[in-house]
Design a protein around this ligand. Structure first.
Ligand code: P6P
Length: 326
C-alpha cells in the first residue's frame, strides 16, 4: 500500500500517466537510494565493529561507500530496459547498453555519492542525478546524446542523506520533495512545488580560496557583507554540495564555487552536479550561472568537465556579475 502511495505521489509530481517508463526509471533511483541509505546508516557501526581491518562483521570486504553507491545505481538502473547509457562520476567512460533506441530512450548521469569524504565525520552526503532523452539516431549518436545542453534535461534530482533522507526532483513541472519513512521503506511526498525565497540571508562559499578568486567575487561578497542588498548575511558552508544546495533551495541566499588558481575552470562538474542542480534551482524560481552565463546554456564538451557554479535566489544572483576569468 505504502509503495503504491509512493508511486502515485511520484506520478503526481512528474505529471506523467501511470504507464510512464519514467516512473519505472525513478523507481530504480529510489531503490538504489534506499540501499545506500541503509549502508550509510550502519557505516559508523561497521567502522567500529569492523575496526580490525578492512573486513566488516560479516567478514566481507568493506566497500568504500561511494563504490557501493555507484554499484547500486549501475545495478538498479542497468536493469531498466529504458536506459540507453549510464554516466557516473566514478567511471571514466559511460556504461552503454546496446538497446533499441525505441526502448532505450533515457540516459542517466549521476554522482553516486557526492561529498563522500564527509561520511567519516558524520556530515550529510548526497546522490545527484540528471536524466536526458536519447537523440533519435538520425539526429545524433549516443555520445552526442550524453553531451546535450543542460536545458535538454527531462528530469533532475538529488537524495540528501541527513538526519532524514530526502529526495528532491523535477521533471520540468515544479520541484517536489519526498522524505523517506524508514518504518515503511517508502518516500513520502513532503513538499509540492518548492519555491526558493526571492532573497535569503546566507552566503555559502569556501572563503579559504578568496585570494585566488577573480576579483569580481571578492567585491561581490564584500557587497553582501556590507549591506549592499539591504540585508545582513551569515556564512554557511558545509562543504557537501547537496547539503549546501538543499539549504539554499529552502532558505534562499547564494552558493558559490568560483574559479580558483588550483581549479581555474571551477571544481564542480557540469553534467552531474551543476546541470541537475541548476535545473532544480530554475524550476524553484532561482538562478544558476557560471558567474556570468546560464549554466543550462553551456554546451558540454566532455562528460567530466568542470565549471564555476553560482546558484541561489533571484535577488542575490542578479547582483552577481563576476567574470569567470582573471
Ligand atoms: P572544497 C565535496 O568534495 C565536493 O565535491 C562538493 O560536495 C563540495 O561542494 C565541494 O567539493 C567542496 O569543495 O574545495 O570547498 O572542499
Amino acid at each position: 500500500q505504502h509503495i503504491l502511495q509512493q508511486q502515485q505521489d511520484m506520478l503526481k509530481a512528474t505529471g506523467r500517466e501511470a504507464t510512464g517508463t519514467f516512473s519505472w526509471l525513478l523507481s530504480g533511483i529510489t531503490l538504489a537510494a534506499k540501499m545506500v541509505e541503509a549502508k550509510i546508516r550502519s557505516a559508523g557501526l561497521i567502522d567500529v565493529l569492523g575496526a580490525f581491518g578492512a573486513e566488516n562483521v560479516q567478514g566481507e570486504q568493506q566497500q568504500k561507500l561511494d563504490v557501493y553507491a555507484n554499484q547500486a545505481l549501475l545495478h538498479c538502473l542497468g536493469l531498466r530496459d529504458s536506459v540507453a547509457a549510464l554516466v557516473s562520476e566514478e567511471d571514466e567512460e559511460p556504461v552503454t547498453f546496446n538497446r533499441d533506441p525505441e526502448t532505450g530512450k533515457y540516459i542517466i548521469v549521476f554522482d553516486p555519492l557526492d561529498g563522500s569524504s564527509n561520511i567519516d565525520v558524520n556530515v550529510n552526503v548526497g546522490t545527484i542525478f540528471s536524466v536526458l532523452r536519447r537523440l533519435p539516431p538520425e539526429h545524433g549518436t549516443l555520445e552526442e546524446s550524453i553531451l546535450q545542453h543542460g536545458f535538454r534535461q527531462v528530469a533532475a534530482g538529488y537524495v540528501l542523506y541527513g538526519p532524514s533522507t530526502v529526495l528532491v526532483y523535477t521533471t520540468g513541472n515544479g520541484v517536489y520533495g519526498f522524505t523517506l519513512d524508514p518504518a515503511i521503506g517508502a518516500f513520502v511526498l513532503s513538499n509540492e512545488r518548492m519555491q526558493m525565497p526571492e532573497q535569503g540571508s546566507y552566503y555559502s562559499v569556501n572563503e579559504a580560496n578568496a585570494a585566488s578568486w577573480p576579483e569580481g567575487y571578492r567585491a561581490y561578497l564584500e557587497m553582501l557583507r556590507t549591506g549592499g542588498l539591504g540585508r545582513e548575511y551569515s556564512s554557511r558552508y558545509i562543504g557537501s554540495l547537496v547539503a549546501d544546495f538543499h539549504r539554499t533551495l529552502l532558505k534562499g541566499g547564494v552558493f558559490l564555487y568560483p574559479p580558483t588558481s588550483k581549479q581555474p575552470k571551477g571544481k564542480l562538474r557540469l553534467l552531474y552536479e551543476a546541470n541537475p542542480l541548476a535545473f532544480i534551482a530554475e524550476q524553484a524560481g532561482g538562478v544558476a550561472t557560471t558567474g556570468v552565463g546560464r549554466i543550462l546554456d553551456i554546451k558540454p564538451e566532455g562528460i567530466h568537465q568542470r565549471t564555476p557554479f553560482c546558484v541561489g535566489s533571484k535577488r542575490e544572483m542578479e547582483a552577481l556579475r563576476a567574470e569567470p576569468v582573471w
